[in-house]
Design a protein around this ligand. Sequence first.
Ligand SMILES: [Fe+2]
Length: 294
Amino acid sequence: MTPDTPRTPDTSLTSDTPAPAGPPGPDRPLSRKTLLRAAVAAGAAAPLLATGGAALAHAAARPADGRTLPPTPYCDDGDDPTPDQMEGPYFKPNSPRRTSLVTSGTPGTPLTVSGRVLGRNCVPLPAVLLDFWQADHAGAYDMAGYAFRGHQFTDAAGAFTLRTVVPGLYPGRTRHLHVKAQAPGEPVLTTQLYFPGEPRNATDALFDPALLMDVRDAGGGRDARFEFVLDVDGGPGPTDPPTDPPGGGWAAGRSYAAGDRVTYGGRDYRCLQGHTAAPGWEPPNVPALWRPGT
Ligand SMILES: [Fe+2]
């Protein structure tokens, strides 16, 4: 039996164990493919800075045309796209349509995953099919039924919310969710979402930090956010303001809004999140706040 052969749930199996090295194929992870760039959704600038701007910098996408969505994420220019990931053996078609995979009695740590799906031009995409599947709290997949499987569609604002539990670990993999995302009439993106701070992230060859969710404790459970950016045309993009935003040189103490442009050290930067500048937050030092370019 190959690692990609469907089988019944068995926590002793290394079902999603990465395929051996070789040419990319349908069941092998395709590194740096072009379908989307996902981003860890960000909260306020201060907590991000407190935890290190690099965490956002490596997870967030960059805009193709310099436009940004406040506060983050921002769209990708396609030169460093988020990879898709292998489906693994546990996908089942025809999952029920539902946004909650749990009841009040479902064992496990409650988990709410929310976010948006955006087109490559940063426009939220409505009616995107999101089909989630995952292991239960003990690390087992339900192949006989549809436990911890469900699909839904993004709303008019491109938003989604999934209520579930934190998936359990099973041999060979770090903690993860599986998801397929498909805008109407567009190709299916198959990928996986990961949890920060998991020891196995360092040893799972499939793990990619670009697919990390922003996970926080919330009321005895966890809240996770993730923003998908699909490689589809979402229609007209954001409209530029009628006049250019404030420019000039960067200065501590000055308040900046997303989209503002400054020059620092002879280089142009665009503000990604509104904030009041402080010493040490010079644009080259805080990629969570400033992106090179105009
Ligand atoms: Fe899995």
